[in-house]
Design a protein around this ligand. Sequence first.
Ligand code: SF4
Ligand code: SF4
Length: 161
Amino acid sequence: MHAVRNIRLCTKDCLCLYVCPTGASDTENGQIDYKKCVEGCRACVDACISHAISLVPETFPQQKEKDAAVKKAILDLAASKVLQETSSAELAKTEKSPEARKLAKAMEISNKMMAEDLYREIGYMVPQNTDTKELLKSLLDNPSADFPKQEAEELLELLSR
Ligand code: SF4
Ligand code: SF4
């Protein structure tokens, strides 16, 4: 186990820094030093009144395989959320009233989050999942003009280690 900090919750009061026996919990750059957090002792977790620190395992268990019908239903729903996100994004740019643009922007973000959650639910965006690697490979086989090919190759190489 090692500690990770959610910098959105961190108030930089440095309590974790005082209690850490290895000096891993540097607040200057917002990160906890993975190499120094050798203890996984959770002193920082208990000290943080903002609940900004969690302990995470070194390796994650494999996700349980989902039934094909369930997978398809989730994929269909995710695709509809992506469509709604795209339409909302368009409206957020083109609507005349500022209130309507704000509402459309909120719907864009909300649909994006729902789509991400759904893809995560069936294993995409979980790095060690086979589907993630297969998706990257298929995108690299037929890349669109603006596809970030080099980044995708680097990510695939990282995931294959
Ligand atoms: S104790 Fe929590 S809030 Fe304070 S600096 Fe550490 S992570 Fe941030
Ligand atoms: S878990 Fe322990 S060693 Fe790791 S950062 Fe927190 S206090 Fe430091």
